[in-house]
Design a protein around this ligand. Structure first.
Ligand code: ACO
Length: 328
């Protein structure tokens, strides 16, 4: 539930970055019993980007944050809040957000990571929005950054073909919340988690259990079933909270797990496929990075314009899910 405050979080800049190296389905099929046809028909994925050795999640995050700050007409000196959504931090601690802070040269401020796996970006946007609306920060870098290629069990064709690396960032600034008829920025959010599904999508390692990083494990069919229902319900709920209707929405920006999930969500909502941003074909699933990467591409190619109403929605391990309604 939104509380009226003197401030509102407005989007001032955006950026995205994917590593140079592209791995096609055919390339995977050279070392694994899979095929371009299987991967495309089940997921819509054509290729994924993979970070270079020595290229870390914080490097991807910084590469996305720089153009976001430039577009906002701001510098690192202006940033007093960094929220980095990631499940693939550089190190177990400290937070990758503090590595970003150091690499960008931001002054002392608030910086922390947020772990909601593929739902990380709606969670991070919501948290940053609350800091800004409460006057606890003025300029936020909200980042989704991942190197999921490093969590893959490359002997498991059922999961390793699905993911890629990348990062996206938004710069949000606190601006006075005037009574405009169509306010910009974050308008409403809906977040949820259901730990009963902890084992349906997880990494089989961690500092407190095995002492190793581990590999991603997934009950794909359960994820699929839950994703379609949860994403559609979350979009409906966030629009109810924002007092808006689907007809007013220019773009649905869903987490990019799988084209079939995106199509099924659009169908369930009754939204034309043309109003759904799709990047899974070229990026595969970049977890918390997929939404800001999709926004970056749509803004860069002119589809997403100032004033457009967007609903970003995601679901991930936990299960966690949610949606944010925002005006670009
Ligand atoms: N290439 C070729 N064959 C494969 C591959 C592959 N990469 N992976 C699995 N198979 C085979 C299986 O071994 C199985 O063979 P079998 O019938 O001989 O045993 C067959 O394909 C069917 O396997 P299923 O796992 O039942 O395939 P399914 O139709 O469920 O598709 C998929 C798998 C694409 C993962 C599907 O379950 C799905 O889309 N799930 C959603 C999960 C998802 O997108 N997760 C992303 C992370 S979660 C998130 O971001 C929300």
């Amino acid at each position: 539930m939104s509380v009226a405050t003197p401030w509102r979080a407005v989007i001032r800049g955006w950026g995205g970055y994917v590593p140079e190296r592209v791995v096609t389905n055919d390339e995977l099929a050279r070392d694994m019993d899979t095929s371009d046809d299987w991967i495309r028909s089940r997921t819509g994925i054509r290729q994924r980007h993979v970070a270079a050795p020595g290229e870390f999640t914080s490097d991807l995050a910084v590469a996305a944050a720089r153009p976001a700050l430039a577009r906002a007409g701001l510098t690192a000196a202006d940033v007093d809040l960094i929220v980095c959504a990631t499940s693939t931090p550089d190190h177990t601690f400290p937070a990758t957000a503090t590595a970003v802070q150091r690499k960008l040269g931001c002054p002392v401020g608030i910086a922390f990571d947020l772990q909601a796996v593929c739902a990380g970006f709606p969670y991070a946007l919501t948290v940053a929005d609350q800091f800004l609306r409460l006057g606890q920060a003025r300029t936020a870098l909200v980042i989704g950054a991942e190197t999921f290629s490093r969590l893959m069990d490359w002997s498991d064709r059922g999961t390793s073909v699905l993911f890629g690396d990348g990062a996206g960032a938004l710069v949000l600034a606190a601006e006075p919340a005037t009574a405009e008829p169509a306010p910009r920025g974050v308008l409403a959010s809906h977040l949820a988690a259901d730990g009963r599904h902890y084992d349906d999508l997880y990494v089989d390692g961690g500092p407190s259990t095995t002492g190793t990083t581990g590999h991603l494990r997934m009950n794909g069919q359960e994820v699929y079933r839950h994703a379609v229902a949860a994403l559609a319900a979350s979009v409906t709920e966030v629009l109810r909270r924002a007092g808006l209707t689907l007809d007013e929405v220019a773009w649905i920006a869903p987490h990019q797990a799988n084209k079939r999930i995106l199509d099924a969500v659009a169908k369930r909502l009754g939204v034309a496929a043309e109003r759904v941003l799709v990047t899974v074909d070229r990026h595969a699933n970049t977890s918390a990075a997929s939404i800001p990467l999709a926004l970056d591409l749509a803004a860069a190619d002119g589809r997403l314009r100032r004033g457009d109403l967007v609903v970003a929605t995601a679901m991930g391990g936990g299960f966690t899910w949610g949606a944010v309604a925002l005006r670009w």
